[in-house]
Design a protein around this ligand. Structure first.
Ligand SMILES: Cc1cc2nc3c(=O)[nH]c(=O)nc-3n(C[C@H](O)[C@H](O)[C@H](O)COP(=O)(O)OP(=O)(O)OC[C@H]3O[C@@H](n4cnc5c(N)ncnc54)[C@H](O)[C@@H]3O)c2cc1C
Length: 572
């Protein structure tokens, strides 16, 4: 097995991973830093897919207090308030850094100020963007800066296990599969950042990139790290519904479409029907994602659908030319799938988009395991029960940078640790499992089963009976995967092997989601229980162990503002 040493090892090259690399390098240029990534640096992950934009309080009439209150209220008061405060305050620094130091160009007003658009669930138009393809601008500039600094990279290297030190007291490194050869690589590091971007790709309709399969969260679970609020999975209301034959189904049409005044219509007798959102919420289509997705799900369950079982998005009343100009990328994406966004109707369905839950962490990105840091969508607590559109990329870039600074400081006092060699051998045995058995099982049907179980029983509306069934289904799926055998012995770019590894991670994390959803007997934010439809006590969940599937509920600590209060009174 190849072995490498690096001071700082970063898993993932999204907004969190790349910002961490740049900040660690700036803080301590003498350190060796390695970015290891399942895809190609700058070409994978969800930060690149960011469409709508980045929330930040820049305008004179806006304030970080206002951004904070929107985040807390939108998050159903479940956010860790210190993390949320860090998010809104450091977003201001980060957007300046993106423009002034890293070379991003965002859209501007005629007077030269940065243009900020409306996103749902916000009391001020504060979403900075580059047209409707903001993520490409951000990731291209970050990747260029990482390349320019000659930061080491291990591309097409899949992290498969976090390896602790021999005495179990800290992290010692990470085991990888080099996807190009199928060989194992062990990287010893003084500090490791988990930034693999979560990603709820276990649902039938989902938005995140195909390289994301919750590997980071699954590795954290196996390492015994507590995961917070795993039941909180966000569904974006407007996923494209373009048929079962295309991967475009489930991909997202950005929030700004509803922010700009787009309507959602149901279907009646095969024809476009009424605009239903005003019946569900006074903010109608501009309500937060959880409310809109649930209203859509209810209409779908009533059978008020398009011929393909979805609903319609209508923009034509806003003027064909304006829509074309404002949402060029979205208009093209819809045209590719045969829809006229600017002048006609587009079929949409809610789609799994984001995990608010993740590894518990402190505001300096440290975790319970010394030497292991976390940032971005792998972390939990910033967004509480529901993330505001535009707060996702702010989260990954803000905390990625915090982690980079913190790791640079941390490794100064740390040495390399002797890894637990038995744990490396066990992880290799686990990965080799499907090569060692005789052929059985069908991965495709297991994936379809996972999609359906999660969509039907652990999706937008849940209840005790469905969650119990889902837990049994997931356990059976896990057993099925454990007896699955690969048809061939080829190792280089063996995508079936990687599919099996993907499914192992997805099923492990799905079990945590289902267990946390069963433990939370109330409805809040993205988590809705048909059998407990009211909000209950303000508690967050902690999934503590994959072995005994235990979940504990803990009261939320209100460090800055209590329910019923607002920080805005203090603002002039
Ligand atoms: C279509 C879409 C549109 C979005 N639009 C917006 C928006 O407008 N505004 C907003 O705020 N947010 C938006 N989001 C959410 C936002 O993209 C994410 O919140 C954020 O970018 C996550 O950043 P990250 O760095 O944590 O993860 P990512 O950017 O997803 O990066 C994860 C990285 O980890 C790598 N990785 C995964 N597994 C492994 C492994 N086992 N080993 C090594 N590497 C691994 C991946 O290849 C990738 O490089 C959108 C998301 C999607 C999917």
């Amino acid at each position: 097995m190849r072995e490498l040493d690096t001071d700082i090892l970063i898993l993932g090259s999204g907004g969190a991973g790349l910002f961490a690399a740049l900040h660690a390098h700036k803080a301590a240029p003498e350190l060796s830093i390695t970015v290891a990534v399942k895809g190609l640096l700058g070409k994978c992950g969800c930060t690149r897919m960011v469409q709508g934009g980045y929330n930040v309080a820049l305008a004179r009439e806006d304030s970080v207090e206002r951004h904070f209150m929107d985040t807390i209220v939108g998050g159903g008061w479940l956010c860790d308030q210190d993390l949320a405060w860090k998010l809104v305050t450091l977003a201001v620094e980060r957007i300046r850094e993106l423009e002034n130091e890293l070379g991003c160009f965002f859209d501007r007003n005629p007077d030269g100020t940065i243009h900020q658009k409306a996103f749902a669930g916000q009391t001020f138009d504060r979403t900075v963007h580059k047209g409707d393809l903001t993520g490409i601008e951000i990731i291209n500039r970050l990747a260029e800066q990482v390349w320019a600094r000659r930061i080491a990279r291990l591309e097409e290297h899949r992290a498969v296990e976090l390896i602790k030190s021999k005495d179990g007291s800290a992290i010692a490194g990470v085991l990888f599969v080099d996807m190009r050869t199928g060989d194992y690589v062990f990287v010893r590091a003084k500090a490791v950042l988990l930034a693999t971007g979560g990603g709820p790709t276990m649902y039938k309709y989902h938005t995140p990139s195909g390289d994301k399969s919750c590997d980071g969260l699954a590795m954290a679970l196996r390492a015994g790290l507590p995961l917070r609020d795993m039941e909180m999975v966000q569904f974006h209301p407007t996923g494209l519904l373009a048929g079962a034959h295309t991967r475009m189904t489930g991909t997202v049409l950005e929030e700004g479409l509803r922010g700009a005044g787009g309507y959602l219509l149901n279907g009646l007798n095969g024809q476009p029907g009424e605009r239903f959102m005003p019946r569900y919420d006074p903010k109608a289509e501009r309500a937060t994602r959880d409310l809109v997705s649930r209203a859509m799900f209810t209409e779908i369950r009533k059978g008020n659908t398009t011929p393909h079982g979805g609903l319609y998005l209508s923009m034509s009343h806003l003027g064909r030319d304006d829509v074309k100009k404002q949402f060029k990328g979205m208009v093209e994406r819809c045209a590719d799938c045969g829809f006229d966004l600017a002048g006609g109707l587009v079929e949409v369905v809610p789609t799994a988009h984001y995990m608010m839950g993740g590894v518990e962490f402190a505001p300096d990105c440290t975790t319970e395991l010394p030497g292991l840091f976390v940032a971005g969508e792998d972390s939990g607590g910033v967004h509480g029960a529901n993330r505001l559109g535009g707060n996702g990329v702010a989260n990954s870039t803000v905390f990625g940078a915090v982690a980079g600074d913190a790791m640079a400081a941390w490794v100064k006092g740390a040495g390399y640790r002797e890894p637990d060699r038995a744990a490396i051998a066990a992880a290799v045995r686990f990965c080799e499992g499907p090569f060692t058995r005789s052929a059985s099982g069908n991965l495709e049907s297991m994936r379809e089963k996972l999609y359906d179980v999660m969509w039907e029983k652990v999706g937008i509306v849940r209840d005790a009976a469905g969650l119990l069934e889902a837990q049994a289904d997931l356990n059976a799926l896990d057993r099925g995967l454990d007896s699955y055998a690969l048809p061939g012995r080829e190792r280089a770019f063996n995508l079936t092997w990687h599919d099996w590894l993907n499914l192992k991670s997805l099923v492990a994390v799905s079990r945590a989601i289902a267990a946390a959803a069963a433990a939370r007997r109330d409805s809040r934010g993205a988590h809705f229980r048909a059998d407990f439809p009211e909000c209950g006590a303000l508690e967050h969940s902690t999934f503590t162990s994959i072995k005994d599937m235990s979940v504990s509920m803990k009261p939320v600590t209100f460090t800055r503002v209590k329910p019923g209060q607002t920080l805005l009174r203090d603002v002039a």
